[in-house]
Design a protein around this ligand. Structure first.
Ligand code: G3H
Ligand code: ZN
Length: 277
């Protein structure tokens, strides 16, 4: 069942849950994540980020995800993650993505508002949802040229009002691509944002969040939680074991089987944590 972000987050709000959103890099992880959601009977979000669409054209990865989402037994949203270029967003809309993120987090406030509004004007008439970002969630990799910035609650309120986005990503201490769950979250800042903003809130970089903090985020009212590195670790580490245990094996279909199981199991763990009901 293919859903847009607005409608899938509504399910999260009604149940008091957050919807897990996973970065997908190809067929194998898309299938594994959907199977995880189906086994738990929970909605899920598949996301293509910049790395994914550099590796595979946006229409190719988009069609794979959309096709699998339509066949799924649970609601699945197909989302373009962290897009900074309007042309890429147009391409994703043309393919049939049901949700797009415009990431203006490195732009001055007014420019971020203006471009996010442009995306909303392009997407909403087609029933496609839009996620914006205010503040900036940084990266653990120092080679990435990026200025992180905590979200100011008053700015979040103004941004949501001016742009009419369907979901708002905020920076409260998470960092993208952490490989340990040691992020230090500012729950007081998050609570203040939540008091001022009605738009569903999104947390990026959730691989680095401790399991008990993931539960706390959901209790604070966060409705979309982005996870990428955790399933890449599950896939990559299992692939390494497969090579070690089967040094003669060269058939990737055989090598990928256990990797897909590892991704499915990791996705299930995270979906369970975000499903309080
Ligand atoms: O937008 C994607 C996420 O923020 C993923 O972050 O790879 O640190 O879990 P992560
Ligand atoms: Zn992110």
């Amino acid at each position: 069942m293919l859903y847009n972000l607005k409608d899938i987050l509504k399910i999260g709000s009604e149940r008091g849950n957050a919807i897990a959103a996973f970065n997908i890099y190809g067929f194998e992880d898309a299938v594994a994540v959907i199977e995880a959601a189906e086994e738990l009977d929970k909605p899920v979000i598949l996301m293509a980020n910049r790395d994914a669409i550099e590796h595979m054209p946006v229409d190719v990865i988009g069609m794979i995800m959309i096709h699998l989402a339509k066949k799924a037994k649970v609601p699945v949203c197909v989302h373009l993650d962290h897009a900074t270029c309007i042309k890429t967003i147009k391409a994703a809309i043309d393919v049939g993505f049901t949700s797009v993120m415009f990431d203006g987090s490195q732009l001055p406030f007014d420019e971020n508002v203006a471009l996010t509004k442009e995306v909303v004007a392009m997407a909403h008439p087609k029933d496609i949802s839009v996620e914006g970002e205010i503040g900036a969630v940084g990266y653990s990799d120092p080679s990435i040229d990026f200025t992180p910035q905590y979200t100011e609650p008053e700015e979040a309120k103004e941004f949501a009002r001016l742009t009419d986005v369907d979901a708002l990503a905020v920076a409260v201490g998470t960092v993208h691509r952490m490989v340990t769950q040691k992020a230090c979250l500012q729950f007081e800042r998050l609570k203040r944002i939540k008091e001022l903003v009605n738009t569903p809130l999104v947390i990026h970089g959730a691989t680095g969040v401790a399991d008990e903090d993931l539960v706390r985020l959901v209790k604070c009212g966060v409705r979309k939680i982005n996870l990428g590195t955790t399933i890449r670790l599950a896939f990559g580490n299992t692939l390494r074991q497969q090579f070690d245990q089967n040094p003669e094996e060269f058939d990737r279909i055989k090598l990928f089987k256990k990797c897909m199981v590892a991704v499915k199991e990791r996705a299930k763990e995270k979906i369970k944590l975000l499903s309080l009901t």
